[in-house]
Write a protein that binds this ligand. Structure first.
Ligand code: FES
Ligand SMILES: [Fe+2]
Length: 389
């Protein structure tokens, strides 16, 4: 949906100019960016649907034939793994009368059958069967070419098991898009990633705009007050900010030493990592909606699913680099690690939801940034302002 001229004016282009100023004079995105349904549509069309946005992970469809329907800012999509093990994304809509094709996660037996008139598609999207299309007892019809009515594929890419889509089909190549971050984390290469299993996967339903979850994730500033226990093994003073105008920002910690058990035993690390990664971590928001955490022994991806201007689902999947970490011997540590991360994300609920409530106030006009502490947050705001403007 193209925004009307009126909509563009009411969503505050003037506010975007202020965002782009040097950090000491800048203010953040205007309140409308967090509360307005019109703004959310503009944002969907100009940002979420026009670049590389994360919609899920390969771990959600682990075996050939696995299907997972999902939405991106309200648009129905289908993530699946085909018979050869390749991930694919299609628009989740039947070519006949536009029925939502798959409504529940599950497994395909034989193909994707539309529940309405039973048209059936292969896992490659090809339309295979159209029963009674030419009348009872027929499978064909004069002038109807099945090849023209397959499922519409979505341009996609997979990186560190995160599935990204470009709905516009016009974004720069994914390889170029990800090159700066892939370079930063080049020590990890393209590692094997072992999902930790059901307990290493969780979703949090937040009463806030998705951008507030990104902003809060970018900064370490709040650590001592919001995450006192995390701050005990990864202190504010051990953190450094990360800003990259190509499209990511966040923070790193030089000291990451949680105690997952009495003996202080950790998971086996990725072999061959340089020393500087041992006992260290980086947390990077890959704009727009992907939050990544990397450590010598485990990795996680969080993707934000915007449901409304003031509601977001935050999904997390934790992976280990060494398959040995999945064994019985590490069961208790795996559970402790998952609990610990879930606790950290839950601890942020109060502040992201509180910032959302604050954005109903006319007394707040984007706020200010601390040049010393809020650089990564400002980096995200600038990226958003450029994408929207
Ligand atoms: S809408 Fe799918 S078969 Fe008719
Ligand atoms: Fe936090």
């Amino acid at each position: 949906m193209e925004p009307s001229h009126e909509t563009t004016q009411t969503v505050g282009i003037e506010g975007l100019d202020r965002v782009l100023r040097p950090i000491a004079e800048a203010s953040g995105l205007p309140n409308e960016a967090y509360v307005s349904a019109e703004y959310a549509v503009l944002e969907r069309d100009r940002v979420l649907a026009r670049g590389w946005t994360c919609i899920g992970t390969g771990a959600q469809v682990p075996a050939p034939g696995d299907l997972r329907p999902l939405t991106l800012a309200g648009l129905p999509l289908l993530l699946l793994r085909d018979r050869e093990g390749t991930l694919r994304v299609f628009h989740n809509v039947c070519s006949h009368r536009g029925m939502e094709l798959v409504s529940q996660p599950g497994k395909s037996r034989g193909g994707l059958r539309c529940p309405y008139h039973s048209w059936t598609y292969g896992l490659d999207g090809a339309l295979k069967a159209t029963p009674a299309i030419g009348g009872p007892g027929t499978r064909n019809c004069e002038g109807f070419d099945r090849k023209r009515h397959g499922l519409r594929p979505v341009r996609m890419a997979v990186w560190f098991d995160a599935v990204f889509v470009d709905l516009s089909g016009a974004a720069p190549e994914f390889e170029a898009h990800i090159a700066p971050l892939a370079g930063r984390w080049g020590d990890f290469g393209r590692p094997a990633l072992h999902p930790g299993g059901p307990e290493s996967r969780f979703s949090i339903d937040l009463a806030c705009n998705w951008k507030l979850a990104v902003e809060n994730f970018c900064e370490a500033y709040h650590l001592p007050w919001v995450h006192p226990s995390l701050n005990s093994y990864s202190r504010l003073e051990d953190h450094y900010g990360i800003e990259d105008d190509s499209g990511f920002a966040g923070q790193g910690s030089r000291v990451y030493s949680p105690r997952l058990n009495e003996e202080g035993r950790g998971f086996p690390p990725l072999p061959g990592l340089p020393d500087r990664w041992h006992g260290a971590a980086e947390y990077i928001a890959l704009f727009p909606n992907t939050l990544l955490g990397i450590h010598a022994d485990h990795f996680w991806v969080v993707w934000l699913e915007p449901l409304a201007a003031d509601r977001t689902l935050e999904h997390c999947e934790i992976y280990y680099f060494d398959a040995a970490a999945l064994g019985e011997a590490f069961g208790a540590e795996r559970a402790a690690n998952a609990r610990q991360w879930q606790t950290v994300f839950e601890e942020d609920r109060g502040v992201v939801e509180g910032m959302q409530r604050g954005r109903a106030s006319p007394a707040f006009e984007g706020g200010v940034f601390s040049p010393a502490m809020d650089g990564p947050t400002h980096c995200f705001h600038k990226w958003m302002a450029r994408a929207l403007g």
